[in-house]
Write a protein that binds this ligand. Structure first.
Ligand SMILES: [Zn+2]
Length: 148
């Protein structure tokens, strides 16, 4: 299986992700539009934080359901936990080393109308949308606790 290295800009945060990038999701919500996130959602066991637990800060807003991690030093947000799938790790593919982003299909997500979009995806049985389960994560990945 493929393995990707990634991190923030200053290098304080470094991680590895195992898996295949089939597609990336581009969301138009208020924060994704400004951070230019290209989302690759993976299971926690695919993700390994190699360094930077202490460098992470967490910005929360709105419904407080998303965990918007970013580097305290350089401000880059290389991964998050999203509102639509809080159990997954939401990688910003722009923060992966050496990935040719223009070779990967990009799927739009209408985060501006989040509730409507989630209803549409549920109706079509789109995979990877688990909804707001609020289930606590006991799979023990490092460094991604919300600290609250
Ligand atoms: Zn940094």
């Amino acid at each position: 299986m493929a393995s990707y290295a990634g991190g923030c800009h200053c290098g304080a945060i470094r991680f590895r992700v195992r898996g295949v990038i089939d597609e990336l999701v581009e969301c138009n919500c208020s924060i994704c539009a400004k951070t230019a996130y290209l989302h690759w959602e993976v299971e926690p066991q695919q993700f390994e934080l190699e360094k930077g637990e202490q460098a992470l800060s967490n910005y929360r807003f709105g419904t407080l359901q998303s965990q918007n991690y970013f580097c305290r030093t350089c401000g880059i947000s290389p991964f998050r936990r999203s509102r639509s799938d809080p159990d997954a790790i939401d990688i910003n593919a722009r923060c992966l080393d050496g990935v040719a982003l223009d070779s990967i299909p990009i799927v739009p997500f209408d985060g501006v109308h989040w509730e409507d979009q989630m209803r549409r995806l549920a109706a079509t049985g789109e995979p990877g949308v688990s909804g707001e389960s609020g289930v606590s994560d006991e799979r023990g990945e490092p460094g991604v606790s919300d600290g609250t």
